[in-house]
Design a protein around this ligand. Structure first.
Ligand code: IVH
Length: 675
């Protein structure tokens, strides 16, 4: 384990090219720590637990730190109890009783970059050094000088000697762009922003570092002119951070003081919730005792201060093995390769599948069955495969190939010229496409059929109850009750939902048909422009091109869809089943009663849902906006209307209730003769 850990550490710190995710390293490290705790006689001086890992690379000059760069104890418990355990330890070591007041801390994000020490003499940046092994780091001044956020000269009045400690990092967006550029140029890509940042900082040629978008956050001090020699007398860590800020160093805005374990827990949760929205990676938070007097009292344990701790979040990247690559068929026939993974806990959930998007993505990443890969899952984002862990394959593994025939219906699989995706040509003949088409048809923003979810659709299609969309409205109670786990009551609910869905609107119906390229907005534009379904079905490509926001690709897709007899047949049968909507005259926008008017909805209306009211207003030609301005013509306000109503009153915009809105919609159009 010592050898393995040392080898991993070398890849990570010296080569900037780790072969395992951090969490894997951490786990092995902790296991070794536990073994050594049980068997102290086995501890050797070269054990990675006995020193802070790191080495000085050939070519970069070694720098002895005036004040060692410490490491920090990590709470392995990612739950709230991590903060509680730290607070309890601090209180115990300070000899505090339960009746004593809470300890004040400073809570900070734990930036996932690399530690840096910046030495200023008489306000001038003279040296920048990496942490190295904590005692001796590397001189990277030439590269650090290229980071615009790092001041080269400090304002007058700073202590003559000042070492600022902080983290150099690369924002995630810049990291993605860098990798994209590297890929385009056939260069080396990086596994994560931290390694990209580390790679840039340790370049021998500062021209390369200058092209990498690096940034810096300050979080502490190294050496500083002593109080006796006229240096500053800070009482707290927070005060010290404010001073750094005033000297023009970037300090993260989330940094705050926190009273006792309760506020530490709150901070951990609050920062955790916003983690994915941050432009840079963090892997946890850091808590520090605020009073410098108390910090001195607590002191150190070997290389770690007793007054600070790192409290982690669940890892967002983990390594696992690809067990198989399957393909899935989507609603439009798109064939998506999916990696089946050995189950792995990442980003707070167990992941067993990850999309590989398309064949080109597989080739680009070079993944094959059996490979160790790094899986990333951040927030609610679907898990993705970041890359393959370099290493030999056990033997020959064939490259993945797209099936020639659809695995579900056997129809031919094709890829259109210029497209990245392969598609099944089976259309609605393909059960997989049929299922997806049904789910889309039933979706809330489409026909809004409550209770028709994927489990039910799977059964309905697999058991042959439903082959086409109209079959939905033809199935009876008996067919439904015959399904697994379907009681009579739920079956009746499904039928009631189907019945209710029959009264719909033309835009919803158009969207529900699942015509390629036709989303909600296009469906609305089509309905508004043509007024009736027949007019749309019979429109030529040229006529379709007249519609707002419809270009050649969309026009062609709509025309092709309605040119297919079986699609027209589906529409006719749905109508025959009782699906209805109100049609209007072919309308030029200008002729609609609310053409050119902007309306804002706010609060809860007594009978209409927000979506229904929006649909009605848009059908009348109005634009429904999200905020009130001088250009707003009407505000429709319901119960619990808040700031938008106040704004309308302030600007003198007419305010209507639901009844007022319906009256407005019922008013004759401006061009019709008045009675
Ligand atoms: S304080 C004595 N504060 O985490 C405490 N470290 O082992 C010294 N890090 O590599 C560190 N964010 O670069 C501190 N807000 C923060 C930090 C932070 C990230 C890194 C640091 C070091 C590791 C601590």
């Amino acid at each position: 384990m010592r050898q393995q850990l040392n080898a991993w550490a070398h890849e990570y710190y010296v080569q900037d090219s780790p072969s395992v995710p951090d969490a894997e390293y951490d786990r092995a490290f902790r296991e070794l720590q536990a073994l050594e705790a049980e068997h102290p006689e086995l501890v050797t001086p070269d054990s990675p637990t006995q020193r802070v890992i790191g080495a000085v690379m050939d070519g970069l000059a070694p720098v002895r730190h005036a004040v060692p760069m410490l490491s920090i104890h990590t709470e392995t418990d990612t739950e709230a109890s991590g903060a509680q355990a730290f607070d309890a330890r601090v209180r115990r070591e300070l000899g505090l009783q339960e009746s004593d007041p809470p300890v004040e801390y400073v809570a900070e994000p734990k930036f996932d970059g690399l530690a840096m020490s910046l030495r200023y003499e008489h306000g001038k940046l003279v040296q920048a050094a990496t942490r190295g092994d904590g005692e001796v780091g590397e001189d990277v001044t030439h590269n650090i000088r290229t980071i615009r956020q790092i001041p080269l000269m400090l304002p007058a009045g700073v202590p003559p000697l000042l070492e600022v400690r902080g983290e150099v990092y690369m924002p995630r967006a810049d990291f993605d762009a860098l990798n994209e550029r590297q890929r385009a140029q056939g260069g080396k890509t990086f596994v994560n922003p931290r390694n990209a940042a580390a790679g840039a900082v340790r370049q021998l040629d500062s021209g390369i570092a200058a092209q990498r978008p690096l940034r810096f956050f300050a979080y502490g001090l190294g050496a500083i002119t002593s109080e006796a020699e006229g240096g500053p007398a800070f009482a707290t860590h927070f005060e010290l951070l404010q001073a750094l800020k005033s000297w023009s160093f970037p300090v993260a805005e989330q940094v705050q003081t926190a009273l006792g374990a309760t506020e530490l827990v709150a901070f951990h949760q609050q920062v955790g919730a916003s983690r994915d929205a941050l432009p840079y990676d963090i892997d946890g938070v850091v808590y520090k005792v605020n009073s410098l007097q108390l910090q001195r009292q607590l002191g150190f344990k070997t290389r770690e201060p007793r007054w600070a701790v790192a409290h982690k979040y669940p890892a967002q990247e983990m390594a696992t093995r690809i067990e198989a690559i399957d393909v899935q068929v989507g609603r439009t026939g798109k064939i998506t390769p999916v990696a089946r993974l050995a189950p792995v806990f990442v980003g707070g959930v167990t992941v067993t599948n990850a999309t590989l998007h398309n064949l080109f993505e597989i080739r680009k990443k070079g993944v094959r069955v059996g490979d160790q890969v790094i899986v990333r899952r951040a927030g609610d984002v679907i898990p993705e495969i970041v890359g393959v862990v370099p290493g030999p394959r056990a033997g020959y593994v064939a490259n993945f190939h797209m099936p020639k025939a659809c695995p579900v219906c056997g129809s031919a699989v094709v890829r259109e010229k210029g497209e990245a995706n392969h598609r099944c040509t089976g259309g609605l003949f393909c059960p997989a496409q049929r299922k997806e088409a049904l789910l889309h048809f039933a979706a809330r923003r489409a026909m809004d059929i409550e209770g028709l979810g994927d489990k039910l659709v799977d059964q309905l299609v697999d058991q042959g109850v439903i082959r086409t969309l109209p079959d939905l409205y033809r199935m009876g109670l008996t067919a439904l009750i015959a399904l697994d786990r379907m009681a009579e009551k739920s079956a009746q609910n499904v039928l009631a939902a189907l019945e209710k869905s029959k009264r719909t609107t033309l835009p919803r119906f158009l969207f529900a048909l699942g015509i390629r390229q036709v989303g909600e907005a296009t469906a609305k534009d089509l309905a508004r422009h043509f007024g009736s379904l027949d007019a749309i079905m019979d429109a030529t490509v040229d006529q379709l091109l007249q519609v707002n926001d419809v270009g050649p690709v969309v026009a062609e897709a709509i025309h092709t869809f309605f040119a297919q007899p079986h699609n027209r047949e589906v529409v006719e049968q749905l109508r025959a089943c009782g699906v209805t909507w109100e049609e209007g005259a072919p309308a030029e926008r200008a002729m609609l009663p609310l053409a050119g008017k902007t309306v804002v909805l706010t609060g809860t209306l007594p009978t209409l849902s927000r979506d229904a009211a929006k649909d009605m207003l848009e059908a009348a030609g109005a634009k429904v906006a999200g905020s009130v301005s001088k250009k707003t013509h009407y505000v429709v306000a319901g119960e619990e209307a808040g700031s938008k109503l106040a704004k309308a009153q302030e600007l003198g915009v007419p305010v209507l209730d639901e009844a007022g809105m319906l009256a407005l919609l019922a008013a004759p159009t401006p061009t019709e003769p008045q009675p």
